[in-house]
Design a protein around this ligand. Sequence first.
Ligand SMILES: *Cc1c(COP(=O)(O)O)cnc(C)c1O
Length: 454
Amino acid sequence: MNEMPYKTYLSENELPRAWYNVRADMSEKPAPMLNPKTLKPVTTEELEKVFCRECVKQELDDTTRYIEIPGKVRDFYRMYRPSPLIRAYFLERALGTPAKIFYKFEGNNTSGSHKLNSAIAQAYYAKEEGLEGVTTETGAGQWGTALSMASAFFGLKCSVFMVKCSYEQKPFRREVMRTYGADVTPSPSMETEVGRRINAEHPGTTGSLGCAISEAVEAAVSRPGTKYLLGSVLNQVCLHQSIIGLETSAALKKLGVEPDVIIGCAGGGSNLAGLIAPFMGERLRGGNACRFVAVEPSSCPSLTRGRYAYDYCDTGKVCPLQKMYTLGSGFMPSASHAGGLRYHGMSSTLSALLDQGYIEAMSVSQTEIFEAATLFARTEGTLPAPESAHAIKAAISEALRCKREGRSENIVFGLTGTGYFDMFAYGRYNDGKMEDYIPTDEEIAKGLAGLPNM
Ligand SMILES: *Cc1c(COP(=O)(O)O)cnc(C)c1O
């Protein structure tokens, strides 16, 4: 069957030596972050109170195209990278499509997702700065796990605030983090001021990423030698994730394949931003006509039903404001199983690219994504994370469109992780008990009414 290999691996020597910063090629830059109190662009000094110095530098740099990957980070990458680019022959056959489908698999490490790519970089910079510890939030648990692994590697103390519904649904995630030495607190907790306030305002809440971020920031600022690290949304995270796209681009070149459409799921936007980065760069420089598709859950539809506006990045309103597609920082998503996509906002870079017409966005419902995930597992073998299944669902739709139109397009999508810790959700689906929850227009309007007045 194979005119092309099933898997395309790069050698360790072909591992990229620099990350690519797509903002350097944007003629219209994303709007600057604002200080939540003064509403003026945040300064380096202000950001350094919360974030590591080098990360702040990367966050604010929208002109340097390539940023060297430090040797120690590259050494860690060697343990699990380059990740394979896989031709989905068996899925293609099941769909009867003339399209060629490729996926970049990021679940080949114990944390089970792409998040390790940024966790190891951020932990490295924290260690270089001489910090003792780091704090963070985690939704579904993948970021917390990744940061626990990275912290253990560099000998940093790691405190994770885990969104309560995941904490309860995924006890094994919690234990993986504890095994790597992290302490894990369900959020909203009673350990921080903002956690106590959110608990009082929303009794019985199962939490959200926005709450957990506020708690982790408060904990970082109140503990000496400790800073806060974030697993998505920020420019620095998108930068680190560009390793996914750079490897994908190199592998496709080996195969002589030009992508027609590149698809990724979008929570905070980092994996998609990273996957498309070099292709988008080419596009921005006038080089290709590739389509870029962001797929989000219909239960938390910031790109498709949100507003492009300045908003708080966290429920407690302590982080800088970003201009982004948002549902409002007070938006509490339903207890959707794709925990990693339950964030009210979106990377400012991806938001700007969507606003400028370079990206398309679509939303899919939970039952649709589990149907796609099941087909994928049964044909391609890998059990996908529900988050990743959003991209699978969209790739299948594109492949079926190609079938109807008799076109042999090249479809590339990001398979961000594995679903071993999502068996509770798979169980609901297998029992026929999974429900779709789509917010009403009133609920969306209520979230948007909380946007800052400016
Ligand atoms: C966190 C996560 C996502 C979404 O995060 P982005 O920042 O949008 O990439 C997607 N898939 C998996 C497996 C995740 O863990």
